[in-house]
Design a protein around this ligand. Structure first.
Ligand SMILES: Cc1cc2nc3c(=O)[nH]c(=O)nc-3n(C[C@H](O)[C@H](O)[C@H](O)COP(=O)(O)OP(=O)(O)OC[C@H]3O[C@@H](n4cnc5c(N)ncnc54)[C@H](O)[C@@H]3O)c2cc1C
Length: 192
């Protein structure tokens, strides 16, 4: 049973790379109990307080501007790859197409699609399905749970290059925008 969990640069499927790289660095002082977030021409990112009175900053930077940030970066990763072309295999996490880091959901997506895949495989083995049928079952379950969020992330990526549009939506209905990205998760956690 092959399950592709090889991450954003998997060789099992043809991922569409995006000319963006992630950079990460620590700063020696904390930033209180809020997450600061910046959107600027070279990219976007945020910083939060972490243990030891420090803060951790992560940014997504356009490839062309990357050299300007290398001195500051402690870690660089990429290129990120968002869209997966059709894969012949059950692919989970980033191998199934990255959720934009903007959503802060990459790890949730990786763990959850892993669970969905396991459930499809168990069901398939119990019912003597072919691998293809298990894959179709898995893909339809994954789309049911993650299709909307991926569509929102695609829209957000487009919007980040159009700050006027983002500002207009924020002015019109900021609560809707925030709820679309993180609302389900908040509702789930509140119910617990
Ligand atoms: C800049 C940036 C910021 C992010 N911020 C957040 C955030 O705030 N919150 C969040 O939830 N997510 C965030 N993410 C996304 C998150 O890191 C990923 O979505 C998540 O790690 C995906 O998990 P994965 O298991 O699919 O892939 P990975 O974590 O990439 O794991 C894949 C593993 O497979 C290994 N591998 C690949 N090929 C082979 C091979 N041939 N043989 C053996 N091993 C192999 C790799 O070495 C790797 O260890 C961010 C990502 C970026 C780039």
């Amino acid at each position: 049973m092959v399950i592709d969990a090889a991450g954003k640069l998997t060789r099992f499927g043809n991922l569409a790379e995006s000319p963006q790289f992630g950079i990460q660095f620590y700063e020696p002082e904390p930033r209180g109990d809020v997450m600061d977030f910046w959107v600027f021409p070279d990219g976007y990112g945020g910083a939060v307080s972490i243990e030891g009175g420090r803060s951790n900053a992560c940014f997504l930077i356009k490839k062309a501007a990357l050299p300007n940030y290398l001195e500051k970066a402690e870690k660089v990763t990429g290129p990120v790859a968002y869209r997966s072309a059709e894969s012949d295999f059950i692919s989970i996490g980033d191998a199934a197409g990255m959720i934009d880091p903007f959503c802060g959901e990459g790890m949730h997506h990786a763990l959850h699609t892993g669970q969905i895949a396991a459930a499809s495989v168990i069901r398939g083995i119990e019912n003597r399905w072919s691998y293809l049928r298990m894959r179709h079952h898995y893909e339809s379950e994954r789309n049911r749970h993650w299709g909307w969020k991926k569509a929102m992330a695609r829209a957000a990526r487009y919007a980040l290059n159009h700050p006027k549009l983002v500002n207009a939506v924020l002015r019109y209905n900021a609560a809707w925008l925030i709820d679309s990205f993180w609302g389900n998760e908040f509702r789930r956690q509140t119910r617990k």
